[in-house]
Write a protein that binds this ligand. Structure first.
Ligand code: ADP
Length: 239
């Protein structure tokens, strides 16, 4: 479903990605792992069309998308949801206001937004926090709000950029369980970037190991974890 071909991304004299090829199958939970600075976030930003590559092509279901601009880009990006380590929520809005935000931008009617927000908050298990201010929430609850917001306009793909990296182990497990449930229930494709091996092991089916802008190794989680072939993968697996 998502195909990247020969992606190169350079910032000044830093080569963040060097000829990356990647295919993420429809409906999979795909993990991208690598140590800090390996190029994971850059790869995710290019996949989610937040940035353009210097070279290479990005395809969604066979359609070239890295060249989209203006309204076409906006509409394509609406089919993607994204969650981050620091949640990126709007502190001026309460829980419901945050989840409603993308629905307002997409131009839905008030009544539909109200119903949809209720539905989403129930889906992520925080219906009781509808009117809460963000400062009253735990990290795990904030990430649930961010997930509800990301899913508001029924995306086809959910991108997770170190989404559990600031959470304690118990909350991490709960959030990963939620992501897995949502994947099963909504048949959404999940692409997850992390430096935490445990996260990949817990939820992913396939994994790519990124090292200094290259994909060092890729395969099923079982194959890469049971028998890592490259130094980069071994360093992560045996850490
Ligand atoms: P990771 O997510 O694996 O930690 P990143 O994709 O954030 O790695 O970064 C890869 C490399 O690209 C790093 O050397 C980083 O400093 C550099 N880089 C990333 N984004 C930018 C940017 N906007 N400007 C300059 N350099 C950047």
């Amino acid at each position: 479903m998502i195909v990247l071909k020969g992606i190169i991304k350079q910032y000044a004299d830093v080569k963040a990605l060097r000829e990356v090829d990647l295919t993420v199958a429809d409906g999979s939970i795909y993990g991208i792992i690598g140590r800090s600075g390996a190029g994971k976030s850059t790869l995710l930003r290019i996949m989610s069309l937040l940035e353009s590559p210097n070279q290479g092509e990005v395809f969604y279901n066979g359609e070239r998308v890295d060249t989209l601009r203006g309204r076409d880009l906006l509409l394509r990006r609406r089919k993607m949801g994204m969650i981050f380590q620091n949640f990126n929520l709007l502190s001026s809005r309460n829980v419901a206001g945050n989840v409603a935000y993308p629905l307002e931008i997409a131009g839905f009617h008030k009544k539909h937004i109200h119903e949809r927000v209720d539905e989403l908050l129930e889906l992520v298990g925080i219906s009781d926090k509808r009117k809460a201010r963000l400062r009253e929430l735990s990290g795990g609850q904030k990430q649930r709000v961010a997930i509800a917001r990301a899913l508001a306009v029924n995306p086809e793909v959910l991108f997770c950029d170190e989404a559990t990296s600031s959470l304690d182990p118990q909350t991490t497990r709960a959030i990963l369980g939620l992501i897995k449930d949502l994947h099963d229930k909504l048949k959404i494709t999940v692409v997850l970037v992390t430096h935490q091996m445990g996260v990949i092991r817990e939820v992913c089916e396939e994994v790519a190991v990124l090292d200094e802008g290259y994909i060092a190794e890729r395969g099923t989680v079982k194959s890469v974890f049971d028998a890592p072939k490259t130094a980069a993968a071994r360093e992560l697996v045996y850490a």
